[in-house]
Design a protein around this ligand. Structure first.
Ligand code: ADP
Length: 656
């Protein structure tokens, strides 16, 4: 017996033992796999001239045996070799296993909806079956193999028995489920019936593109015998007929007015292995020189691997009913990488390779339209489903920000109005436009603070004094934030337009400014001239302090902005303190340029008077001590490490 990989075992165990509320999805998972296998074979036939498909119809067959308590899902798709059986069915959740291990602890014991979350499709069989037998013959292979498992200990792979896919044209796969015994789980009985299976297919697999068929018992009236009298009661006979259970028209070819949202939801869940319905569904069509049907989904939550390097973006690309590429990445910009969906166009050349796909003009035209549609849908969601959008943004906002950053701001025009920021004053999410329209008279900058926690940012002297003066401050806590805002530099509010008109751009170009910048100008004229005055009067003091601080700061000056705190650190030049903090986390920390720091003092604070007095008395050592203490303390408040903690501790002691 071969063993399941360790994490597979854990997952299987969790799945079988969790009271999974939606066991019936097992069939949809098997039908999807069968459909994929048929797709793979059609694609192979298309691209490889040596593959000649016979006349047989490609289809998925369902059958059941009430007495033996089995359900079999068969396909005549590409099949699996012995080693593919081992690789594909021996490792559960190939891509997700690592992530699963990490999340496992959290989920332990809960009624977990892991099915689909980790792509464990096939294994959902074990929710209803105590044993599963998979007989598969790879296309062109001279032998079929049988994989079998109870889903607990491990699995076996042997040559298939006589009669099991033993003809040369018998390529494809039979998955037979031995349902758990009755009594143990009464409700499984309903699956062992024609209506039960028909119902499952209708609900979960109606839009599978290949026929899902079953031999069904029908009844028909017998012809009335010639000698029948007037009191003849009609006679019926039963017969067997192959019935196609699903509608087969791809759901993306239908107009959205003909499709129920629940159908879209089921299609989405089945196809993209999500266990939650999408937040938004977008369907659109084009006819003419370039025809296409597009169906897109904005997921409700981020897949567990969205921000890992293994995540592959892309839309499924079909042409003339053949799946060309499962994840065509050229159809989606990186910042919309979370969007799932399908593009189907007969005009996209069929036998194109990956390289030529990139060059494909038609594809580029479709991609452009896709991008526009996603943008408009997000804008609509922001406008009319605010809370849903906020959840969306918490999940996917980072990608949008990267879009602006990586395009050097070129995409800001499209993306800036989709961003949300936390308002310190209002304590809720605001768009830049909302911030702009709530600005106080005369304000010409959008103020933000960046750091690692909202709570800490809210207490920064620069933030509290800006708030005290009636300016709102956006609190940014993602690493990308400041880099993105700096590439954007400014924002031009767009006034929403009346229907049918294009939005009007505001004349104002608002600079995006970090509140911890040295030249920020929030104070009143009076405060400013007072600050200037005292800077002038105390030039000698500041010179002495710069000297005492050595390389650490490029200037010491009086700030007109500070209200409560005695001092703060600001940065001047292109690198802000936040950028420095983020870069210090990177691998090349040692080589990164540092922010040019300025120590700003509050001339109204008692500490300032003390500095003046110490300097006037010529107590140079004391002045140096105070200067260093103020500097280190201001660093700590900013959330930055002090340069020399030992020195800092010593200084505090000497003060005591
Ligand atoms: P997923 O479908 O998400 O990849 P599954 O656990 O359902 O995960 O299936 C694992 C793999 O087994 C599939 O990716 C496919 O390669 C293979 N497989 C499953 N069912 C079939 C089938 N009916 N025919 C051919 N290959 C199959």
């Amino acid at each position: 017996m071969r063993q399941f990989k360790t994490e597979s075992k854990k997952l299987l165990d969790l799945m079988i033992n969790s009271i999974y509320t939606n066991r019936e999805i097992f069939l949809r998972e098997l039908v999807s796999n069968a459909s994929d296998a048929i797709d793979k074979l059609s694609f192979k036939a298309l691209t490889d001239p040596s593959v000649q498909l016979g006349e047989e119809d490609l289809a998925i067959r369902l059958s059941f045996d009430k007495d033996a308590r089995t359900i079999t899902v068969s396909d005549n798709g590409i099949g699996m070799t012995e080693s593919e059986l081992d690789k594909n069915l021996g490792t559960i959740a190939h891509s997700g296993s690592e992530a699963f291990k990490d999340e496992n602890a959290e989920h332990q014991g809960a009624d977990i909806d892991i099915i689909g979350q980790f792509g464990v499709g096939f294994y959902s069989s074990f929710m209803v079956a105590s044993r599963v037998r998979v007989v598969s013959r790879a296309f062109g292979a001279d032998q079929a193999f049988a994989w079998e498992s109870d889903g607990i200990r491990g699995y076996t792979i042997e040559a298939a028995k006589a009669g099991e896919r033993d003809g040369a044209a018998d390529h494809g796969t039979d998955v037979t489920l031995f349902l758990r015994a009755s009594g143990e789980d009464e409700d499984l009985d309903k699956f062992l019936s024609e209506w039960g299976l028909r119902d499952l297919v209708k609900r979960y697999s109606n839009y599978v593109r290949h026929p899902v068929q079953m031999m069904a018992t029908k009844s028909r009236q017998l012809p009335k015998p010639d000698d029948a009298g007037d009191d003849y009661t009609p006679q019926y006979e039963q017969y067997q007929e192959l019935e196609t259970l699903n509608s087969m028209t791809p759901i993306w070819k239908k107009r959205s007015s003909e499709v129920e949202q629940t159908d879209y939801d089921e299609f989405y869940k089945a196809t993209f292995h999500d266990w939650e319905a999408p937040a938004r569904t977008i369907s659109f069509h084009a006819e003419g020189a370039l025809s296409y049907d597009v169906l897109l989904f904005i997921p409700g939550r981020a897949p567990f691997d969205l921000y890992s390097k293994d995540y592959e973006k892309g839309l499924a690309l079909y042409s003339s009913n053949v799946l060309i590429q499962e994840k065509c990445s050229d159809l989606l910009p990186d910042y919309y990488n979370f969007v799932r969906g399908v593009v189907d166009s007969p005009d996209v050349a069929l036998n194109i390779s990956r390289e030529t796909l990139q060059q494909n003009r038609q594809l580029r035209a479709i991609a452009k339209r896709v991008e526009r549609k996603i943008h408009d849908e997000l804008a609509a969601m922001l406008a009319d489903e605010r809370t849903v959008y906020e959840t969306f943004f918490e999940n996917f906002g980072r990608g949008l920000k990267f879009g602006i950053y990586e395009s050097y701001g070129a995409k800001a025009g499209d993306l800036a109005d989709l961003l949300l920021f936390w308002s310190a004053r209002e304590e809720r999410w605001r768009t830049l436009g909302e911030y702009a329209s709530a600005m106080k008279e005369g304000q010409d900058k959008i103020l933000y603070a960046a750091g690692d926690s909202r709570e800490r940012l809210g207490k920064l002297p620069a933030v509290t004094s800006a708030l005290g003066r009636g300016y709102d401050v956006l609190l940014c806590t993602q690493d990308i934030d400041e880099f993105m805002l700096q590439t954007m530099r400014s924002y031009r509010p767009v006034t929403a337009a009346a229907e049918g008109e294009s939005p009007v751009e505001d004349a104002r170009e608002l600079e995006l400014a970090n509140v911890a910048t040295a030249d920020l100008d929030l104070a009143t004229e009076e405060e400013k001239s007072a600050a200037e005055q005292s800077t002038k009067e105390n030039e000698a003091l500041f010179e002495a302090m710069v000297k005492a601080l050595g390389e650490k700061v490029s200037a010491v000056r009086v700030s007109a902005n500070l209200t409560d705190a005695p001092a703060c650190i600001t940065a001047q030049g292109p690198i802000s303190l936040e950028m420095e903090r983020v870069m210090m986390k990177g691998p090349d920390a040692g080589m990164m340029p540092k922010a040019e720091r300025v120590l700003e003092l509050n001339a109204q604070h008692p500490v300032f008077a003390k500095l003046v007095a110490v300097h006037a008395a010529g107590e140079d050592d004391k002045l140096a001590l105070y200067a260093n203490l103020l500097y280190d303390q201001a660093l700590l408040v900013e959330g930055l490490p002090v340069d020399d903690p030992v020195e800092f501790a010593k200084n505090i002691c000497s003060l005591m």
